[in-house]
Design a protein around this ligand. Sequence first.
Ligand code: NDP
Length: 481
Amino acid sequence: MKRVLNFIDGEFRPPCSGRYIPDVDPATGQVIAEIAESGPADVDAAVAAASRAFESWRKTPAEERSRLLLRVAELIEENFDELARLESEDNGKPIALSRRMDVPRAVLNFRFFATAILHAETRAHMTDDRALNYTLRAPLGVAGLISPWNLPLYLLTWKIAPAVAAGNCCVAKPSELTPLTADRLAALTVEAGIPPGVINIVHGPGASAGRALTSHPKVPLISFTGGTKTGADVMACAGPLFKKVSLELGGKNPNIVFADADLEQAVATSIQSSFSNQGEICLCGSRLFVERAIYDEFLARFVDATKKLRIGDPQDSSTDVGALVSEPHLRKVEGYVELAKEEGGAILAGGNRPADLPQRVRGGYFLEPTVITGLDCARRVMQEEIFGPVVTVTPFDSPDEAIAYANGTRYGLSASVWTRDLQNAHRVAAALDSGTVWVNTWLLRDLRVPFGGMKESGVGREGGFDSLQFFTEAKNVCIKL
Ligand code: NDP
């Protein structure tokens, strides 16, 4: 059985505990690997290795850092098929999706930040004829990077690439549920020639390995992506140590369809935004609001398209919807479907475990894409992040009502607005409490834009130069003239 070891100081090491936890393929329920069960001692060793490596990595010219990171991107491409398969096996996502989204984005993350550092500029301020101020930006040291299971390689590289490109060294802690592509990436960084200690990966449970990182006194910055509740714990650990913290947290994203929208496009994209990756994307639009004039027609088309989605073996390239990441997560999502019924909702599609799955995946954690109507916006199902293939559909009568519904949660990560009326689009976009607003699209990402959430969806912005700013510290130098 494959053993996933920690990657510290350029080598693979067993955990200090000597213990391992099982890694399950959620499509089959079978154990496919064992993962190092790490704790504070492993994190200590990784932080020490990263601190040592930092002394020379911070002085390595940007061009050389860029060359090495571009080589990592190339190696990800050379190992594309294997990484796509591992991601699908580990997470349960359709292989078509890991080929289309996860692995290409990992390549892009490295390319983007490897080249961005070649174009970085700093600022200068003349104080009349009295002084010249200029800003230096320097890496901070060891970055602690904690990523979730839904887009494992995509989000891990979204953190590693800017952290290391900016001259920091890092200790990354991927989710214990999906360690396989992180493990493969570690080997590729060796092949690329990244010096030992620059990138370290420690596996294991969040409560031990993750917490050891967020409370480690020699880790001055933490970039965390995960649930809002965990984010609060990260903040509580990091706060007293005055760490720089970036939190990308949960969402309960609204998807607002006005009567003048291109209906065909709105339905097709809403299917994607509701059910891609089994609804396990922080940016999924889990609350659909549809203007009453087209509500019935939209709903009929949407339910019909939902029922046509192919749910099945993630390794089959024609599968649209794969398995949820784990049995506890499946139960949690099913619990929300039951709650929706108790709260008075009607299930128009899905709601059950599929009956006729291929033999190979009958032990997996599958749930039919589920459409719920008839719920009041204050109900728990419409307030709490479900993070599964479950969407609610609600009619609205005016733009103001749609905005009030959309903003009526504690989250504020992303939103989609469907309308052909430009003024309406601008007005609604400006009024939404949301870090990102898409108009007539969803998940169209430009890596230069600021990315992050409002309210309980996060703190800070990453993406483009926002990431490079987060992973460096500004110093003002004032010279009297
Ligand atoms: P969790 O918050 O449970 O876990 C995220 C990461 O934190 C994992 O690596 C986890 O380790 C680790 N962790 C858990 N507890 C602690 C702790 N006390 N201290 C430090 N680290 C800890 O989230 P999920 O993995 O369940 O991911 C789903 C959540 O992520 C959803 O809420 C989703 O919305 C959000 N998300 C947000 C995104 C954004 O950009 N805003 C993007 C993608 C997801 P382990 O899993 O091993 O326990």
